[in-house]
Design a protein around this ligand. Structure first.
Ligand SMILES: Cc1ncc(C[n+]2csc(CCOP(=O)(O)OP(=O)(O)O)c2C)c(N)n1
Ligand code: SF4
Ligand SMILES: [Mg+2]
Length: 287
């Protein structure tokens, strides 16, 4: 039996930053005229991991920390889909940290939205890796995904927005989608998305976020100077936002040297009824 799925209402607390992220995503999908049937949203586990339930696109709820490998497989299997991975800072930067590093390194053409609230919202407020001075290690500085991204030679798009600045966030979401959809690689968009229930950072982040465009001669095509400027901004208590880096680097799909996989993508894409051929390819992987 086939059941038609209908999008639901968000489960989030009133005022949660994740509403702003969903609003920006809806804005960008509409602005770019991307239809729901050409879009797949995959999510991690957490409050942030429920966004795919609220939108009328294809959706898939992955295992905790596994949204990026699943989204990468989706994008490779059907290059015509707009693939959006979405999850929290706990999901992406703790249990999913290994996949995060390797996705930046591989540069598959998809959008990865990370909702950073400095906490594990769904499990009631434990400190996440981005929290400055967590209770159990007060001297520890929070993990910074933009700085990590800048240190990886093959990263191609790094941006950070804030739920409290919808104008900037809408524009970043459009740019992230454009980057991935034009086959330029992984568009990482981290959104400072406060958890009003367990870590309400709206006032603090409102004061600290600053677009890198405000910095003298900021060059978002140059990782070395971007890195130096972002470090300086952090040292003076600011959170750099905007397009931190955008550049060109070969993507995972363009660099795929395995002709078997390339051929499989095409067969799935064409849905050409070549079951025999697909079986033969899959048999090639069996020992
Ligand atoms: C394998 C596994 N380990 C732990 C959990 C418990 N768990 C559920 S959500 C979550 C963290 C969510 O935090 P985050 O990704 O930051 O999302 P948020 O709720 O803050 O949006 C954890 C640890 C789980 N579901 N599965
Ligand atoms: S617990 Fe926090 S992250 Fe989860 S819905 Fe509520 S405000 Fe949002
Ligand atoms: Mg979180």
């Amino acid at each position: 039996m086939t059941t038609t799925y209908r999008p639901g209402q968000p489960i989030w607390c009133s005022g949660c930053g994740h509403y702003g992220v969903q609003g920006a995503l809806k804005y960008a999908l509409t602005a770019l005229n991307i239809s729901a049937c050409d879009t797949m949203i995959l999510s991690g586990i957490g409050c942030s991991g429920t966004m795919q339930n609220n939108l009328g696109t294809y959706g898939y709820h992955t295992m905790h920390g596994r949204v990026l490998p699943t989204a990468t497989g989706t994008a490779l299997a059907n290059p015509d889909l707009t693939v959006i991975a979405a999850g929290g800072d706990g999901d992406g930067y703790a249990i999913g940290a290994g996949h995060f590093v390797h996705a930046l390194k591989r540069n598959p053409s998809l959008v990865y939205i990370v909702m950073n609230n400095g906490t594990y919202g769904l499990t009631k407020g434990q400190d996440s890796p981005t929290k400055n001075g967590p209770k159990w290690a007060p001297a520890e500085e929070g993990f910074d995904a933009m700085m990590l991204g800048l240190s990886i030679a093959s990263s191609s798009f790094l941006a950070r927005g804030f739920s409290g600045d919808p104008k900037q966030l809408n524009s970043l979401m459009v740019k992230a989608l454009e980057h991935a959809r034009s086959g330029k690689g992984l568009a990482l968009l981290e959104v400072m998305s406060p958890c009003v229930t367990y870590n309400d950072t709206y006032p603090e982040w409102d004061a600290m976020t600053r677009d890198v465009k405000t910095q003298d001669s900021y060059d978002s095509n140059d990782k070395a100077t971007a890195f130096a400027t972002c470090i300086r901004m952090k040292q003076s208590g600011q959170i750099p936002t905007g397009i931190i880096y955008q550049g060109e680097h070969p993507t995972l799909e363009s660099a795929m040297v395995n002709p078997k996989l390339n051929k499989m993508s095409k067969l799935v894409k064409n849905n050409s009824g070549c079951q025999g051929e697909l079986d033969a390819i899959l048999n090639g992987y069996r020992i």
